[in-house]
Design a binder for this molecule. Structure first.
Ligand SMILES: Cc1cc2nc3c(=O)[nH]c(=O)nc-3n(C[C@H](O)[C@H](O)[C@H](O)COP(=O)(O)OP(=O)(O)OC[C@H]3O[C@@H](n4cnc5c(N)ncnc54)[C@H](O)[C@@H]3O)c2cc1C
Length: 432
């Protein structure tokens, strides 16, 4: 039954704080562009160190992917460890993997320190194999992760999967007990409140339109033109993810904005919720065109996927809701008669190498490219870059990862090739 409200379920559980009213100051130490996990983590870090920080957000606080996601706080990155090791070597991969584990500890630490009521829970994640051939690869990656990264995962054979998931369609799984789940909108609200309490200003409805190199009182920096006025900043941090705009054209050309969509059902009876996900895991499957799903704290099934590749519009949301509902029933036939009450979409930021990137471009700092693994990593890289701007510390394992552009340079920021990429990955899912 599709009787949905095209709105984000998470936003019904939270009241976002209001941004900073009034005119812009003439100058700040740091201007942050984008009020999501990345920008607000940096703003919180910098403001706590005494920096004068202004965050600019085209829309309202948390408008982007940070309030629209599945709330899965996951270990690892989008790419598997073998691919990472082949590309960057084992030592660099170890540092990146350690960062992914540290990023979850950091989220937990911030939630505790700022007393954010966002249902953070170390409930673990479950990856499920859609084919026997996918399951066959699990043993090797579990072995590599244990040996090289000293991190233990558990393989769940098909005949034991019922303890983990109330679905019979998968060939086995891997459990990682370290991953967590949270309510992303409430986490975002807590981060924004913490940044404001520490003295950061957050300007809503303030789209950054131009950024130019400039100098003031003998120090070099940047002049920003925003839809609420202009100001000078010694440093600029771009934290715009899949919504990166023409204000930073060089960065925009390196990011592919890809749509991801979610439906949420009505509240399920306790017994049914327990049957579907007995251990309340964050679950995703092994396909390229994957499904990810979980229970919400009030026992709705939240079911997401890259149903349409293009970013969210009322059209892609409606189409995706139908596709996702069929997907959900193929996993959980028990939900055939359950009402879908919410559907929404958001935009992911993929780089051409499917890696996170954080560093400097045109003199400005940036952190982007989370590829659907951004809840923890955006918090982590936002915090690291905040520290780097604040005191020059350089503890960023992604700093030296080469940042490729489009093959042959055939890309201006408008992803004309998405339908082809979508078709390619569908074929890959059939044959691999
Ligand atoms: C549907 C969906 C499900 C997801 N599920 C998960 C998940 O379960 N687990 C996980 O780890 N990750 C998930 N992700 C990814 C995760 O949400 C993102 O990686 C993360 O939120 C990125 O945070 P951010 O702060 O970098 O960007 P965003 O939260 O997208 O914020 C960027 C902000 O920049 C603003 N902006 C852009 N240009 C300008 C400008 N010129 N001036 C001012 N403001 C500007 C935008 O308005 C936007 O609000 C999901 C994403 C989506 C869309």
């Amino acid at each position: 039954m599709l009787d949905f409200n095209p709105s984000n379920y998470w936003l019904e559980t939270v009241q976002m704080p209001a941004g900073t009213p009034g005119a812009l100051p003439e100058s700040v130490d740091v201007a942050v562009v984008g009020a999501g996990f990345t920008g607000l983590s940096a703003a919180r870090t910098l403001a706590k160190r005494g920096a004068k920080v202004a965050v600019f957000e085209t829309n309202t606080i948390g408008w982007g992917a940070s309030s629209r996601n599945g709330g899965m706080v996951l270990t690892g990155m989008k790419l598997g460890v073998q691919t990472l090791a082949d590309r960057y070597g084992m030592d660099a991969t170890k540092r990146m993997y350690a960062a992914s584990l540290a990023s979850i500890d950091l989220v937990e630490h911030i939630v505790g320190e700022e007393k954010i009521g966002c249902n953070f829970s170390r409930c673990g994640h479950l990856e499920v194999a859609c084919k026997q051939s996918h399951f066959a690869t699990y043993a090797r990656s579990v072995e590599v992760i244990a040996r090289e990264f000293n991190h233990q995962l558990r393989i769940v054979p098909r005949n034991e999967l019922r303890d983990e998931i109330g679905s019979g369609i998968y060939y086995g799984g891997i459990v990682d007990e370290v991953s967590a789940g949270l309510n992303p909108a409430r986490y975002l609200e807590g981060l924004a409140r913490a940044a404001l309490n520490a003295g950061a200003r957050i300007y809503e409805n303030a789209r950054v339109e131009h950024i130019d190199g400039a100098s003031r009182d003998g120090s070099s920096g940047f002049q920003l033109l925003t839809s609420r006025g202009g100001l000078f900043a010694n440093d600029v941090f771009i934290a715009t993810s899949g919504y990166t705009s023409t204000a930073t054209p060089a960065l925009r050309k390196k990011i592919i904005p890809i749509g991801s969509f979610i439906i949420a059902t009505e509240r399920l009876p306790e017994a049914l919720a327990h049957e579907l996900s007995p251990r309340n895991r964050m679950i995703y499957d092994s396909k390229h065109y994957l499904y990810y799903y979980r229970l919400t704290p009030d026992n709705r099934m939240l079911f997401g996927g890259r149903a349409a590749f293009f970013p969210e519009t009322s059209n892609t949301i409606r189409r995706s809701a139908e596709i996702l509902r069929r997907g959900m029933i193929s996993v959980y036939p028990q939900l055939r008669d359950t009402k879908v009450e919410h559907a929404w979409g958001g935009t992911l930021d993929f780089c051409f190498d499917t890696m996170p990137h954080a560093g400097r471009m045109d003199g400005m700092y940036y952190a982007v490219g989370y590829a659907g693994h951004g809840v923890a990593m955006a918090t982590y890289l936002g915090t690291r870059i905040g520290e780097q701007i604040g005191d020059g510390s350089d503890d960023n394992p992604f700093a030296n990862v080469p940042f490729p552009g489009a093959p042959l340079g055939l890309y201006n920021g408008r992803p004309w090739f998405l339908p082809f990429a979508g078709a390619y990955y569908k074929v890959l899912d059939w044959i691999s």
